[in-house]
Design a protein around this ligand. Structure first.
Ligand code: COA
Ligand code: AMP
Length: 629
């Protein structure tokens, strides 16, 4: 069937379409309804059905002939370590850790927060939670203690799982002090912390509360898979909203398993037994969907890579992994390729490796600029596919679905809507924009299986953030257009979210931190274009009258404050002091205009501006820190 036929069917007959896809999953009990729309606008998939995601990701492959196939290959250039786990080994490790969690009182519905580096224990802990019906919430290691504390208070975990350290190229980052600080800051306290001690650092343990991973596992009885409702939550993943309070995106078990499995063939064109590699982090949605769940549900071999595209040890790192582990399809963010291109523009390192088994590269997480796409295509000589999605959806909204029909690539566009997603471009009045006109990108409800059913214990925020802009539609937060061939073009966010090295960050959250500094009267954070990371945050601050300290000292304090409160992942290193911020007459800060100035783009002086002369001052201030040239 052609893409068009599959797409049309998915929208005309969603129950038939996804009911068939659900045959790819083993169920303890079939569903009563494929699509339950009895509580609109909350839609649920496969209500009444019972399954276990961990069983589908591990046990059934062990039972069906894949016991000795590699399930997970851990490759760590930062430690020199590596290990392959067969499906049987991984199942046994997961069952043992699930037993350790259960021995600490963790039961179905309890939350477990994981604050982990890219080590196999992170994957084992996620799957162990899924096995016993506990809801995991993985927090990315680059977030600071305060961000972790916010998530602890929202998820209220019974147990937390962490490791003594992470390794950033050649720096050992101790995680345990951050974990302790976060628990100290949080109102909610977990009963226990299970800590995996790595040889690079020894974590100090708090007697009574903290347990050593190995000891906890040694003492435990392996736990079996627990049947769960399709609609029971599998995990919560926090993502940046427009304020400092992150959104707890909920993923269910049934719809997620069906969508993940289906996407592996339809979108990525991989078969069970193939080696699939997502070079991301388990702390992001890409890590959840395509390091852990998707490949394992499909019976593939997945790779857990603890390294960077460059510097571990050189820009040939990705090519080494692809050739050594016989990777068929890889997924990463464009920024990783920009980093490689910068260090090895002629692709000299590529020549050292055999990439003959490599069939396709998928990019997502940020807009893929045509230059990076062309360079990757030229070097790799395989299809390079930009695809667009977000934490909330859990899988691609728009892609060139290689497993259905390969469509011509238009550089700069992630191709067309994926089956299941009814994507529309709407104006402020809810009318559909004609081809070529930019508008809000929305998805007509229901969202397909796998997308968020709600936010963790916050239906109201779910409705308000995503469903209230236009009744009957989900607001993606992105603006863009469809062209005359129905290709989608993603142009910008309509909120204050920025994308730094494929990481989603809230400028609003950074502004909250800057505003908390005693010398700051007012501030704005904008995302300025960056050749490597796509965007970088830039702060503009107005100091309080009477703040007569050295400006550079205040700037340094602001930079370290953001690092301390949000984390190194914010990559917040540019701040400039200004006398005033440009505003509309009604007092709205003109962030968009400042972004254009920073990016040296032409801009119109907004008609509503209070005092146009401020824009010259802003330009000068941005020039001082290397922008607006
Ligand atoms: N634990 C602790 N610190 C972390 C961390 C972690 N898990 N991950 C990142 N950091 C730190 C980095 O060390 C860096 O600290 P620094 O300011 O002291 O140098 C800071 O957070 C910013 O990290 P990053 O934005 O990743 O920048 P980088 O300079 O280390 O690397 C790239 C740049 C492009 C190589 C890197 O961003 C990359 O590989 N990106 C791939 C894209 C990706 O994984 N996207 C995820 C979604 S698909
Ligand atoms: P995250 O939730 O971290 O995955 O970030 C999702 C956001 O990243 C999207 O809403 C987009 O703004 C942006 N994004 C992700 N993939 C793409 C892409 N292929 N093209 C353009 N923007 C993208």
């Amino acid at each position: 069937m052609s893409y068009q036929e599959v797409y049309t069917r998915s929208l005309q007959d969603p129950e038939g379409f996804w009911g068939e896809a659900a045959a790819g999953i083993d169920w303890y009990k079939p569903w009563d309804r494929v699509l339950d729309d009895s509580n609109k606008p909350f839609y649920r998939w496969f209500t009444g059905g019972e399954l276990n995601t961990c069983y589908n990701a591990l046990d059934r492959h062990v039972e069906n002939g894949r016991a000795d196939q590699a399930a997970l290959i851990y490759d760590s250039p930062v430690t020199g370590d590596g290990r392959s786990y067969s499906y049987r080994e991984l199942r046994d490790e997961v069952a043992a850790f699930a037993g350790a969690l259960r021995a600490r009182g963790v039961e179905k519905g309890d939350r477990v927060i994981l604050y982990m580096p890219m080590i196999p224990q992170a994957v084992i802990a996620m799957l162990a939670c899924a096995r016993i019906g506990a809801i995991h919430s993985v927090v990315f290691g680059g977030f600071a203690a305060k961000e972790l504390a916010t998530r602890i208070d929202d998820a209220r975990p019974k147990v937390m799982v962490s490791a003594s350290c992470g390794i950033e190229v050649n720096r050992v980052i101790e995680y345990k002090p951050l974990l302790d600080e976060a628990i100290g800051l949080a109102g909610h306290k977990p009963d226990h912390c299970i800590i995996f001690q790595r040889p690079q650092a020894q974590a100090a343990m708090q007697p009574g509360r903290d347990l050593d991973w190995n000891e906890a596992v040694a003492a435990a009885e392996p736990a079996d898979c627990v049947p769960l409702l399709a609609t029971d939550p599998l995990y919560i993943l926090y993502t940046s909203g427009t304020t400092g309070q992150p959104k707890g995106v909920v993923r269910d078990n049934g719809g997620h398993a069906v969508a993940m499995r289906w996407s592996m063939k339809a979108v990525y064109n991989v078969e069970p037994g193939d080696v699939y590699w997502a070079a991301s982090d388990v702390g992001w949605v890409v890590g959840h969907s395509y390091i852990v769940y998707g490949p394992l549900l499909h019976g593939c071999t997945t790779i857990l890579y603890e390294g960077k595209p460059v510097g571990t040890p050189d820009p040939g790192a990705f090519w080494r992994v692809i050739s050594e582990h016989r990777v068929k399809v890889m997924f990463t963010a464009p920024t990783a390729f920009r980093a490689i291109k910068r260090e090895d523009p002629e692709g000299e390192y590529l020549k050292k490796y055999d990439l003959s088994r490599f069939e396709a590269l998928f990019l997502a997480g940020e807009r893929c600029d045509p230059d990076t796409l062309a360079w990757a295509e030229q070097q790799l000589r395989v299809p390079v596919i930009d695809h667009w999605w977000q934490t909330e959806t859990g899988w691609a909204i728009a892609a060139n679905c290689l497993g259905i029909e390969q469509l011509p690539v238009k550089p700069g566009s992630p191709t067309k809507a994926v089956p299941g997603y009814d994507v529309r471009i709407l104006d402020e009045n809810g009318n559909e924009e004609p081809a070529g006109e930019i508008g809000r990108i929305m998805i007509r409800l229901p969202l397909p299986p796998g997308c968020l059913p709600t936010l963790w214990q916050n239906d109201d925020r779910y409705l308000e953030s995503y469903l209230s802009a236009q009744p009957g539609y989900y607001l993606t937060g992105d603006a863009g257009f469809k062209d005359e061939d129905d290709y989608l073009w993603i142009m910008s966010r309509i909120d204050d979210i920025i994308n730094v090295a494929g990481h989603r960050l809230s400028t609003g959250a950074m502004e909250e931190v800057l505003a908390s500094h005693p010398d700051v009267a007012e501030c704005a954070v904008i995302g300025a274009a960056d050749q490597l990371k796509g965007e970088l945050p830039v702060g503009l601050v107005v100091l309080k009258a009477g703040a007569d300290r050295d400006e550079q000292e205040i700037v340094d304090e602001l930079i370290s404050l953001v690092r301390q409160k949000i984390g190194p992942v914010a990559a917040f290193k540019k701040v400039t002091v200004v006398q005033r911020l440009p505003k509309t007459r009604s007092g709205k800060i003109l962030r968009g205009t400042m972004k254009k100035i920073a990016d040296s783009q032409e801009y119109k002086v907004p008609a509503t501006i209070d005092d146009p002369a401020i824009l010259d001052e802003i330009t000068q201030a941005l020039i001082r820190i290397g922008y607006a040239k």
